[in-house]
Design a protein around this ligand. Structure first.
Ligand code: 16G
Length: 244
């Protein structure tokens, strides 16, 4: 097996073990020698895999003591359409949210194109602070068509799940989303909301979500604490590219 393939195998196996709910922050990884014996690979391969995990913030090392699991960052699979509530529950964390604002606001040309609405004067805006285990993770500003907003506005209280309400109150079945990720900086007021020692740098994610009938249901812009989140994507070579 080429070295790169061996490293990927070790990496993927360790990654899935780190992601298991029973793996805790601070758990000690086996030594390089033990890992080499387990995977039947050289120490160079193990070091390569560990360096990648360290680079992604999934492990940390202490000199003379070894490598340890770091669960300070939420490792999110950015290729799945899940809600914040589902993401946190999957990690055995308690999801939470604080409603910062919910109101009907005038629709701009930008929002009318994102929500694919043409004759509506207003859209529903929901601004929330998202939390995991009571610790702030992100500020989310979500826009929905007015007709949907009217059906759920009264139910959108602290800690409610928007996706659950869309399904239960509006019968909306979500199907896919277009998502963008870029790097930005936070205003002081946003840093104050996101809690102590919040870095200035943030990951800005936008999501335009569609239902099974291809209707745009939401447009969301979220600002995540960059020290608490890591977005992971699985990239696959297209079949025709493999064959060329
Ligand atoms: C996630 C979605 C957001 C959605 C929210 C619903 C991203 C980047 N965004 O935060 O678009 O509105 O989940 O979460 O993942 P909820 O059902 O817990 O309220």
């Amino acid at each position: 097996m080429p070295r790169l393939t061996k490293t990927t195998h070790v990496l993927e196996t360790l990654l899935s073990e780190i992601n298991r709910p029973e793996t805790q922050h601070g758990d000690c990884l086996p030594s390089e020698r033990e890992l080499g014996e387990r995977f039947h690979v050289s120490r160079v391969v193990i070091r390569g895999a560990l360096a990648r995990l360290e680079g992604e913030g999934l492990i940390y090392r202490m000199q003379g003591k070894g490598a340890f699991v770091s669960k300070n960052k939420v490792n999110q699979n950015a290729s799945r359409l899940t809600s914040f509530t589902q993401d946190m529950l999957q990690r055995n964390m308690t999801p939470g949210s604080k409603v910062l604002a919910k109101e009907f606001v005038p629709c701009t040309p930008f929002l009318s194109s994102k929500l694919q609405i043409h004759n509506e004067e207003h859209v529903f805006m929901l601004k929330r602070l998202r939390m995991a285990d009571n610790s702030p993770m992100a500020i989310e500003v979500c826009f929905l068509p007015e007709s949907i907003g009217r059906q759920i506005v009264d139910h959108l209280v602290d800690n409610a799940s928007l996706y659950q309400l869309l399904a239960e109150k509006c019968g909306i079945q979500l199907k896919y989303a277009m998502q963008t990720i870029e790097v930005g900086t936070l205003e002081k007021i946003e840093r104050d909301l996101l809690g102590q020692n919040c870095p200035r740098c943030t990951a800005i994610i936008t999501r335009q979500t569609f239902d099974v009938d291809n209707n745009a249901v939401e447009f969301v812009e979220s600002r995540y604490r960059s020290d608490r989140y890591l977005f992971r994507m699985l990239l696959e070579l297209k079949e025709q590219e493999t064959n060329t």
